[in-house]
Write a protein of this length. Structure first.
Length: 114
């Protein structure tokens, strides 16, 4: 199992980024997939979930209405579209899959600053 995040970078407040989480070793359509983030000197926090069935999506209150989680089964990739970014969104973003045990990617840095 491998998860590889990409798409992070430096963006101005109000801007947008789309993060990708490319998976290998399993199908993203068969497990719930989640995005987390960790800001400097803070604990890692959950951001969004996309369920394996339906699928349904869930968001932390801090990002609801601004972020959208989605997946492309053909590319075996999960995305996090982030709009109206704020300085407090600055963090390393990780995707996670739980397949008996949790698997994490290496993370991608998102910096929101003018």
């Amino acid at each position: 199992v491998q998860l590889v995040e990409s798409g992070g970078g430096l963006v101005q407040p109000g801007g947008s980024l789309r993060l990708s989480c490319a998976a290998s070793g399993f199908a993203v359509s068969t497990y719930d997939m989640r995005w987390y983030r960790q800001a400097p000197e803070k604990e890692r926090e959950w951001v969004a979930t996309i369920t394996k069935t339906s699928p349904r999506t869930y968001y932390a209150d801090s990002v609801k209405g601004r972020f959208t989680i989605s997946r492309d089964n053909a590319k075996n990739t999960v995305y996090l579209q982030m709009n109206s970014l704020k300085a407090e969104d600055t963090a390393v973003y990780y995707c996670k899959a739980t397949i008996n045990v949790p698997y994490w990617g290496q993370g991608t840095q998102v910096t929101v600053s003018s």
